[in-house]
Design a protein around this ligand. Structure first.
Ligand code: AOF
Ligand code: ZN
Length: 400
């Protein structure tokens, strides 16, 4: 074989190892938040000598698990890692140092770590220790797996998915507001998976009140196995409840709402009492105290021109203060529309049921400033898949 042919084949094999590392990383889909999902494969002489993935926040990184599995066989090996090895002393020591000390000869990373504490320093640390490095193998897949982590690290915003159910004629609720259930069991189970991978579930007070939504992940509805190498990770320990975030500018959420007594945290996002009267202030603080007594946390955020919670400020708060990577927006047409209008939706996840609801039913989204067809919002459809009788459409807003 010619040189060229050989290296082409080696590269293909390299991609297979990286694909394996990505496969391992996906096992952390529901358990590593707010950390990224990371996988690592150690290869020596064409043999996999160690594998690992990041299992739980605060515990060992992928590289450490793989090094432990390989033992002495790590010497001279190539490490395929889905994210640049870390260089910082965080909850664990720097993986770049551990890889170099174990005698790993080469590190192939799918992507640079967007975490400013690391970004490039892990690679530099390896190079300084005489380890060969390469970055960018199967990078697109690696980025897709940690889209929320990358978003939070690089723009201080979470990755927001807007999830809605609609009829074939694009309606999401009857005129009365009735909307349970448009889609079937399979689609609803898929939503449970979307919730489980999210850091937070965001909704508006109106829809939470109308449906008395729990906004929780129900383990029994997930067909996932939480796979951790060590003895211990039970569903209870591994499966977090995403933070529930309820936008409620007037603090009208009833204290008896079901979501307030579910496991996990409920955060009510509001604005300072707007009215000039002292009574209004008193009323606001009384409601606030009652909600806190009922188990909610209340955060006061800047108001937009409308007097309601400034949605961009809320998203920044979720990224910076709450470390939210992926946010699932499950609400009605108003909050969904307002988030889209504010340019805060990154992905639409629409479940379309084979039913017609007629033109007296409510349309999918309330959008402003749409008078002529030239003002229509453009999307790209990235994926279409069947869930039982329903279809899931994943679309993204595209800029002009
Ligand atoms: C992970 N798992 O396998 C790798 C990570 O809080 P710490 O100390 O666990 O550090 C988290 C940071 O480490 C994370 O933001 C990312 O930049 C880097 N790499 N993190 O959780 C891993 N390799
Ligand atoms: Zn690390």
């Amino acid at each position: 074989l010619s040189q060229g042919g050989q290296s082409h084949r080696d590269m293909r094999r390299g991609e297979d190892y990286m694909a394996r590392a990505l496969h391992l990383a996906r096992r952390g889909l529901y358990t590593t938040d707010p950390n990224p999902r990371v996988g690592c494969v150690l290869v020596r002489g064409g043999q996999v000598v160690g594998e690992g993935w990041h299992e739980l926040t605060g515990e060992a990184h992928a590289e450490i698990h793989a090094l432990r599995a390989a033992g002495e066989a790590a010497r001279g090996a190539t490490a395929y890692v889905t994210l640049e090895p870390c260089s910082h002393y965080g909850r664990t020591g720097p993986c770049a140092k551990a890889l170099a000390e174990a005698g790993v000869a080469e590190v192939v990373a799918a992507m640079r770590d967007p975490n400013p504490q690391v970004s490039g320093r892990g690679i530099a640390m390896l190079e300084a220790a005489g380890v060969a490095t390469r970055v960018g193998m199967l990078e697109e897949d690696a980025r897709a797996l940690n889209v929320g982590f990358i978003s939070r690290m690089s723009r201080s915003l979470p990755w927001v998915r807007l999830k809605m159910a609609m009829s074939l004629d694009g309606r999401t609720a009857m005129a009365s507001g009735e909307s349970k259930w448009i889609t079937g069991e399979r689609a609803r189970r898929d939503v449970q998976h979307l919730r489980a991978r999210s850091s937070a579930i965001l909704s508006g007070v109106a829809s939470v009140m109308r449906d008395d939504s729990r906004l929780t992940v129900r383990a029994e509805q997930l067909d996932i196995r939480l796979r951790c190498s060590a003895t211990r990770v039970s569903h209870e320990r591994g499966l977090r409840q995403p933070l529930r975030v309820i936008v409620d500018s007037t603090l009208s959420l009833p204290t008896a709402s079901r979501c307030l007594s579910e496991p996990g945290r409920s955060l009510v996002a509001t604005v300072s009492p707007g009215g000039p009267g002292a009574l209004e202030q008193r009323d606001h603080f009384r409601r606030r105290e009652a909600l806190v007594a009922a188990g909610a946390e209340v955060v006061t955020l800047p108001a937009a021109a409308t007097g309601q919670v400034d949605l961009e400020a809320l998203m920044r708060y979720l990224a910076d203060t709450e470390q939210c990577n992926e946010v699932l927006l499950e609400s009605g047409s108003r909050l969904g529309g307002a988030m889209l209008d504010a340019g805060l939706v990154d992905e639409l996840v629409i479940y379309m049921a084979p039913v017609l609801m007629g033109d007296r039913a409510r349309g999918l989204l309330t959008l402003t400033g749409l008078e002529t067809l030239s003002q229509r919002r453009r999307l790209s459809i990235d994926d279409v898949r069947a869930f039982g009788p329903d279809w899931r459409i994943i679309a993204r807003p595209v800029g002009d």
